[in-house]
Design a protein around this ligand. Sequence first.
Ligand code: NAI
Length: 724
Amino acid sequence: MSESTTIRWEQDESGVVTLVLDDPNQSANTMNAAFRTSIAAIADRAEAEKDAIRGIIFTSAKKTFFAGGDLKDMIKVGPEDAQRVFDTGTAIKASLRRIETLGKPVVAAINGAALGGGYEIALACHHRVALDAPGSRIGLPEVTLGLLPAGGGVTRTVRLMGIADALLKVLLQGTQYSPQRALENGLVHELAATPDEMLAKARAFIDANPESQQPWDVKGYKIPGGTPSHPRFAADLPAFPAGLKKQTAGAPCPAPRNILAAAVEGSQVDFETALTIEARYFTELVTGQIAKNMIQAFFFDLQAVNSGANRPRGIEPRPVRKVAVLGAGMMGAGIAYSCAKAGIEVVLKDVTPEAAAKGKAYSEKLLAKALSRGRTTGAKRDALLALITPTADPADLAGCDAVIEAVFEDTSLKHKVFQEIQGIVEPDALLCSNTSTLPITGLAEGVSRPADFIGLHFFSPVDKMPLVEIIKGERTGDEVLARAFDLVRRIKKTPIVVNDSRGFFTSRVIGQFINEGVAMVGEGIEPASVEQAAAQAGYPAKVLSLMDELTLTLPRKIRNEAKRAVEEAGFTWPEHPSDAVIDRMVDEFGRTGRSGGAGFYEYGEDGKRTRLWPGLREHFTKPGVEIPFTDMKERMLFSEALDTVRCFEEGVLTSVADANIGSIMGIGFPAWTGGAIQYINGYEGGLPGFVARARELAATYGERFTPPALLVEKAERGERFSDA
Ligand code: NAI
């Protein structure tokens, strides 16, 4: 098929040209080479036939309007491709600019998702009508892939809404808005309920504005809110560094920095120069490693994980109708809310009616907040709440075809609650436990149908955290795994699938990070430096504060249980240098973490963290003990990445996509790395570089950094770390 057919030119008798975006070779339109040729040909024709044209409408024949840049291509781009990337982008922008300035009204009829490049095409139009389709999204999410919108996205949003709004509403967060919220935030001009209405509104704009121009092409135009020399911007300025700081926490995330620079510098110059500035900053990002890491994780891996690469094949979906949630505490309450939000009926059981009602009250609280922010309606709130039945009576669980247990972390209690409900719930109900540490195989031994038993490890707070770690026990059947997977997807969470082991994948690996931070305190390093290193490595939570949240007694308990198991099996327990620090903190100083009111930090009466405990310096810090900051950061990152490799060796993990997504979304492995395995693949020098550095760390800081055999073998064979 000819390349030039990715855009169809359909002209009616009145002179309205509809440009139908419809790449014949792909399910979605992207900014590929064919598009570049097509849009140039369209611009030529529009200029040549200008007198016969009354107006132009961009729309698409695909489900989505336009998908954006071609990420398959972008992930391969290296520094040597910089000029080609720059020129390609410039060519597409020049074509769009010619259409934008033709002197005829140009309208975007946004029939479905318009993200990234898709929304940039719409921005080059004078008017934007969006179809209010469920699930449709509009925005510029490039920052979440380590990029910036270089199809004119920075230049036009700055001119459309002013620097402050462009940065904060569109560019720096990468928010993907629903059509309704896109309207409220000024990304589109009007909504339409049906495709016909959308096209009618587009035509109405053309009829009413025969001389339409972009605001920035009108003589005397000024950027709303002014440019940085303007007093209003000066007043806003302090907000940017704070917002930026929060977003990147000092980590090597160049995208927000480049976006800010492109917006500010671009606002001081004419439109065409601004486009060039934007392109330069983009080229720098796309040719670097961090964008590749983020595209790999947040586009390819996320898609693989969510599309069911790990769901057993050939098993017919059997949607869950009614879920029993056992335990209405923090986790149970959040799980009940997430299920009801997906339209699933929930029976929320606790020991007393009051405790169960308190669990339901959590949903009421979340919904009241959503209502006050205009994110839900009274009717939707009522419908959701009506789906949750709080109870203390096991008989109310009749008819449930799935059970999610979230009672205290205690094996015998968990066994007891499953025994209590058997014979009441459906005979083949899916049996899930939200345990965060107890091996699933062992828990399954206490239920009558171990093949139907599976781990569903949610993260706190459940309504916000996107990940669920599905844990297969030794006897878990494939059908059960498929049903659990489908349930997680139905409640719009991202499922990773792991095999059973102590601490599974996430709880085990996050322990390495925490232990490493605590060990540094034990070595005599300033605790504030340890916290700073975690932030600069890009961890969303600082290491000692995270330890306090999880409580210091928890790792002790887990460690002692694991130690016993290892020693019973006849092996020697590998002591970790953090053990002694935790023991002293608990035994000598009685500091058990935030819930105990004192840990590595001090806490106010309201439970809020106030400052690092000065006693740390007195009892642990050794003046003059310093190690390079890079070592501190890499000790944290390597400890987790190496343990992730061990999870592959031990068969806990079987998919690189799961490892990358699970590490970022579950335990806060820094997003710029693209996840624990992508960090290794993208490390300077590739696998051999990573292995060499791990050996250096092992020589200086301890054997725990010795690279596992699996990694060394792959490095020697010149491979990347992949599933195969
Ligand atoms: P929680 O202490 O807030 O809630 C436990 C609830 O279980 C309480 O409301 C309690 O009354 C109820 N319960 C006790 N015995 C019961 C019985 N016989 N029947 C019904 N309900 C009973 O605990 P949380 O934090 O919600 O944790 C629950 C489970 O989730 C634990 O296994 C925990 O390890 C796991 N988990 C916790 C996470 C967290 O961040 N807190 C994260 C992931 C998993």
